[in-house]
Design a protein around this ligand. Structure first.
Ligand code: MN
Length: 727
């Protein structure tokens, strides 16, 4: 097992100012927390964080990153929590460990979820500090190196994930060396047969290849010196296994036909002209293969890889590749982002407007200006996908959302039914308001209820068009359902007056009502009912069409005569309420609201209820405020100019001195006003005062005022008030 002091030495060598105590404390904490845990290899678990830290130290990362390597599995795999890490190791380490814990969810995704492109984006979007990715890659590298202890199934799954997600991320970050090792290890576990065979083939050629490489590197060095082109070193390399395998598969060729199986690498001082100088030397010495020259210096690859590539034919007819680049280009090709921690000198790199390249561009730009790591990391804020947020369901399914999305957007993203029945949400286990903005990596659980339904209010905060459309649709649907219901009731009332049955009218789907709907320009009877409910069409007119003018006329007269003769059933429908006019709409069913029981002359407003026509409230009624939430249902109403002589029951409470004769005195006073009394009862309150409730019949508010003041004048009456509600 590698010792912590070895790691400390490496860190100190690269960062003389590093806080080594942080490392030692992280080591002790990790050792304590992981105590008793074993790896699949049977070794103590601690080996893993130590090796990860060592890989990071070899990358020359700072003490904070290496400490994070020591602690990276602590929150996920032990009882220690993030706040403990914060308390012991400070904000910076805690932030990195949290980032790692967040992206640990990615391994829990189901296979369908592991759509590589999404996961890579998600991973990078979730991380705001590039060091989190570096620690994650080091973690993955060590796991890949020790994969053989796992079951075949797990090996294959982890290797596939490495191939699909981590190797491409390493590639994107320009980390060629790490990517190469990850790919070869993944290849070994995914295609063990091919791997063995290819290894054997290369092994057979190894001695010959080495001799050949030695030969060409020596020759290149010689020619370079002769031509007086400076170089710092010349290396030889055999193409990596996975790259060869890919090439063989894609082109169906033999291993000896791979042009770049063998390559020499010429590294020059940091001046581009030396690269082109070297190219001239190579092309002079050997015959170039047409079409194989690539100038990645003039046009860098999208991960800022820069190099000249050419293939030439060796003296014995064997082709080989030559790669030419400066030290700086070489460092970036091998280490990518991680090269930052190694950089000593260099030049300003190329400009490129592609947002996704920010990371590497900053790296290249750093070379001259940024001396401070903190600045570099800030410049690297990995906001590669600033428009997206990735969140998880409790089952680990990934939901991709635009920035600013809320749990309601999330719910509709899962399924419209989930959105429609959503009543609340938990984010990372905590109940939150539905308008909460979801953050990258949040685990969102939607709380649902079968009674739940969307709210118009949601339109104020949802950001996805999907959620917006669904909510709008629901609201419109709901209004329509209500309107149909109201329309049906209104038509039913009116039909009743003409002794028609609405059921019968509606039963024949192709009958007269359908015809009338069409006359009004509606396709369906429901549309007609909705129009009645909205108040666009007067039911009486529908009935006129339904009955035809003559029959309607006749029945209408009968209706009035029945009214005059006081047929009770009909009278009940229209008494009192006919004294209220709903402005703009004639003949809507009107009810005086029970909560405030308005009297003629009082200020009133109307509210279109669900299926009960228009409820009329006094303007001062305490329920009105709540009704204003649906302003579209408020209608203007007013009292008919000529008050009808219809009496309304109003309950009064008189508080009196506690003595006999009070009921008689009060009822006498009311009778004197020629006002009917429906009920009167007396009691004595806990305060020893008399309480007399009288229900009186009054015509309007003026009348009531008079009654109340005459009651107040009765000797012994202390106070009179009107009670809410009817008798
Ligand atoms: Mn790990």
């Amino acid at each position: 097992m590698i010792r912590i002091e070895e790691i400390c030495d490496k860190v100190r060598r690269n960062h003389p100012q590093a806080d080594l105590n942080l490392l030692r404390r992280a080591y002790l904490f990790s050792a304590r927390e992981h105590r008793g845990q074993k790896r699949a290899s049977g070794e103590s678990y601690l080996v893993h964080p130590l090796e990860v830290a060592n890989i990071l130290a070899d990358m020359r990362l700072d003490a904070v990153s290496v400490s994070t390597g020591l602690l990276h599995d602590v929150v996920e795999d032990t009882l220690a929590d993030a706040s403990t890490i914060r308390e012991y190791f400070g904000e910076e380490v805690a932030h990195l460990v949290e980032g790692l814990t967040k992206i640990a969810h990615i391994s829990k995704l189901s296979r369908e979820e592991q759509q590589a492109e999404n996961v890579r984006k998600m991973l990078l979007a979730m991380v705001d500090d590039v060091r989190v990715v570096l620690v994650k890659l080091a973690d993955r590298l060590h796991n890949m190196r020790t994969l053989e202890f796992l079951s075949l199934d797990k090996r294959r799954r982890i290797a596939q994930e490495t191939m699909d997600i981590y190797a491409p991320i390493a590639h994107r970050l320009g980390m060629g060396k790490l990517r190469g090792e990850l790919e070869d290890l993944a290849f070994k576990n995914l295609h063990p047969e091919d791997y063995r065979e290819l290894t054997a083939q290369l092994e057979k050629r190894r001695a010959a290849n080495e001799a050949f490489l030695n030969d060409i590197t020596a020759t290149i060095a010689e020619k370079m010196r002769e031509a007086d082109v400076p170089f710092t070193r010349i290396e030889g390399r055999v193409k990596r296994l996975y790259s060869i395998w890919k090439k063989l598969g894609a082109q169906e060729i033999d291993i000896d036909q791979v042009y770049d199986l063998i390559a020499a690498r010429v590294i020059t001082p940091n001046e581009i002209r030396h690269c082109y100088g070297a190219l001239g030397v190579i092309h002079n010495a050997w015959k170039p293969v047409p079409g194989r020259f690539k100038d990645w210096i003039a046009t860098p690859r999208d991960n800022l890889y820069q190099s000249l590539h050419t293939s030439v034919i060796g003296s014995k007819g064997q082709p080989f590749e030559v790669q030419i680049r400066t030290e700086q280009m070489h460092l970036i090709a091998e280490e990518g982002v991680a090269a930052h921690w190694k950089y000593k000198e260099g030049k300003r790199g190329p400009r490129d407007d592609d947002e996704a390249l920010k990371v590497l561009r900053s790296l290249v730009e750093w070379t001259q200006e940024v001396k401070d790591s903190r600045e570099f990391i800030d410049a690297l804020k990995l906001d590669l996908y600033p428009k997206d947020v990735y969140a998880f369901t409790p089952m680990g399914k990934v939901i991709q959302l635009p920035r600013g999305a809320t749990p309601v957007d999330f719910a509709y993203m899962i399924h419209s039914e989930v959105g429609n029945t959503c009543t609340g949400a938990r984010v990372n286990g905590r109940m939150v308001p539905l308008r909460t903005m979801i953050q990258n990596g949040d685990v969102v659980e939607i709380v649902r209820s079968s009674n739940g339904h969307p709210s118009r209010d949601w339109l104020n905060f949802v950001v996805t068009s999907r959620a917006r459309n669904r909510v709008r649709h629901w609201v419109a649907d709901q209004q329509r359902t209500e309107s149909i219901e109201i329309g049906r009731k209104l038509l039913e009332k009116e039909a009743g007056r003409f002794q028609l049955s609405i059921k019968k009218m509606l039963s024949d789907s192709n009958g007269d009502l359908k015809r009338i709907s069409n006359e009004y320009g509606y396709g369906r009877t429901d549309d007609l009912l909705a129009a009645i409910g909205y108040g666009k069409i007067v039911p009486r007119n529908v009935l006129a069409k339904y009955l035809g003018p003559e029959k309607f006329e006749a029945l209408d007269k009968q209706k009035e005569s029945r009214l005059r003769t006081g047929v009770r059933a009909v009278k009940r429908l229209i008494t009192g309420d006919d004294a209220i006019v709903v402005r703009g709409v004639e003949d809507l069913m009107v009810n005086r609201a029970r909560c405030c029981n308005p009297l003629h002359g009082e200020q009133i407003i109307g509210y279109i209820t669900r299926g009960k026509g228009v409820a009329v409230h006094t303007a001062r009624c305490k329920n009105v405020k709540q009704l204003m939430v649906n302003p579209e249902r408020i209608v203007a109403v007013e009292w008919a100019s000529k008050p009808e002589k219809t009496a309304y029951a109003v309950k009064l409470l008189a508080v009196t001195e506690n003595r006999t004769g009070m009921i008689a005195g009060i009822t006498g006073a009311i009778s004197d006003m020629k006002t009917g009394i429906r009920d009167a009862r007396a009691s004595v309150g806990p305060d020893q005062k008399g309480r007399i409730e009288v229900t009186v019949e009054v015509f309007d508010v003026k009348h009531l005022d008079k009654v109340m003041s005459s009651v107040k004048n009765v000797s012994g009456v202390l106070d009179v008030e009107r009670l809410q509600g009817t008798a």
